[in-house]
Design a protein around this ligand. Structure first.
Ligand code: AMP
Ligand code: TRP
Length: 329
């Protein structure tokens, strides 16, 4: 039975990019025959977060949003990374077989420093901790956005290096999985949608604020009667990323971009269409989220159960890894 594992850092409100690149896949993969683990990468968030109240709130909010987006605790093991402290032991065991050059080549570290984050060893070794997350539950498949591919490749390298160093077969090699529309979703300014760029769209905002956010998406200055290029327009790209290229609303929108109908078709119309798509696609999630916000016990129960299930599986792997190194018989 294939094991699927993924996670998101609790560094801020989840956004459409997280959903399109990652969370939508988690929900799709919850099928009979798959064993799915989805966690909140709280240790990873400590590489950058320095406010305990914010970290605590974010952890809960990510779980609430996972459930709202359709993750089902009866089918998926949902847990907080720090509820399974064995992950940090695995991180250490992997660190000891990790050559420095493997971290030196990680682009995420350089990207983060370029964005102005302070350097620290946690940030530098971030990919080793991610490898521990993935190898702990012996995941076969890791659904992620394109920016995470290098981390999965590093995980494969580390699994092989550990097995080779200790002449064992403790770890299996995971593969990444990109969403069918593997595009990186742009934000309201046309750059990659990212918490750290302040350009995100939160599908859970109230209708008025959501509409305002959509109406503020940057476009060029083409008029109502001008032909427009959908491929370079963030309004169209977000709509397509959310609804899918085959959706009749997207086909219609693309036609209107290329050949505005009599009477014209402007970016205001396109934004209204996107707003309606968002309300439609996320109607159920928005309703569920409102319910969950009023029922904190549901989140607590999900996390208690998830921690227990995850810990049982991960501690088995850690025991095997310890034994391979000679730390235990
Ligand atoms: P992060 O917000 O960087 O912790 O990302 C969590 C997950 O969402 C990762 O799998 C990312 O690849 C994915 N992701 C984040 N931003 C985007 C985006 N703009 N488009 C597609 N996927 C994204
Ligand atoms: N690095 C991932 C991100 O920024 C989050 C993450 C941590 C993760 N550990 C993981 C994703 C294990 C997949 C598997 O999005």
């Amino acid at each position: 039975m294939p094991r699927i594992l993924s996670g998101v850092q609790p560094t801020g409100q989840l956004h459409l990019g997280n959903w399109a690149g990652a969370i939508r896949q988690f929900v799709e993969l919850q099928q009979p025959g798959n064993e799915v683990f989805v966690f909140v990468a709280s240790y990873h968030a400590l590489t950058t977060l320095r406010d305990p109240a914010v970290l605590r709130d974010n952890c809960r909010q990510v779980v609430t949003d996972y459930l709202a987006f359709g993750l089902d605790p009866a089918r998926t093991t949902i847990y907080l990374q720090h509820d399974v402290p064995e992950v940090t032991e695995l991180h250490w065991l992997l660190s000891c077989v990790c050559p420095n050059h493997l971290m030196d080549k990680a682009v995420s570290y350089k990207d983060k420093l370029n964005k102005g984050l302070s350097a620290n060893i946690g940030l530098y070794c971030y990919p080793i901790l991610q490898a521990a997350d993935i190898l702990g539950p012996q995941a076969d498949i890791v659904p992620v956005g394109r920016d995470q591919v290098q981390h999965i490749e590093i995980t494969r390298d580390l699994a092989g290096m550990f097995n080779h160093a200790f002449s064992c077969e403790v770890f299996r090699q995971p593969a990444y999985r990109l969403s069918a529309t593997a595009e990186v979703l742009p934000g309201v300014d046309g750059e990659k949608m990212s918490k750290s760029y302040g350009n995100t769209i939160d599908p859970f905002q109230d209708e008025k604020a959501l509409r305002k956010r959509v109406m503020g998406i940057k476009t060029d200055s083409k008029g109502m009667d001008d032909a427009k290029d959908p491929a370079t327009c963030p309004v169209f790209r977000i709509a397509k990323g959310v609804a899918g290229a085959d959706d009749p609303r997207i086909i219609d929108l693309e036609r209107k971009y290329r050949e505005p109908p009599a009477g014209g078709f402007g970016y205001g119309h396109a934004k209204q269409a996107l707003f309606e798509i968002l309300l439609d696609v996320f109607a159920e999630s928005r309703r569920r989220r409102a319910e969950l916000m009023a029922d904190p016990g549901a989140v607590d129960a999900c996390l208690r159960d998830g921690a227990q299930r995850a810990r049982a599986v991960i501690s088995q792997t850690v025991a095997a890894a310890r034994a391979a190194t000679g730390l235990s018989a």
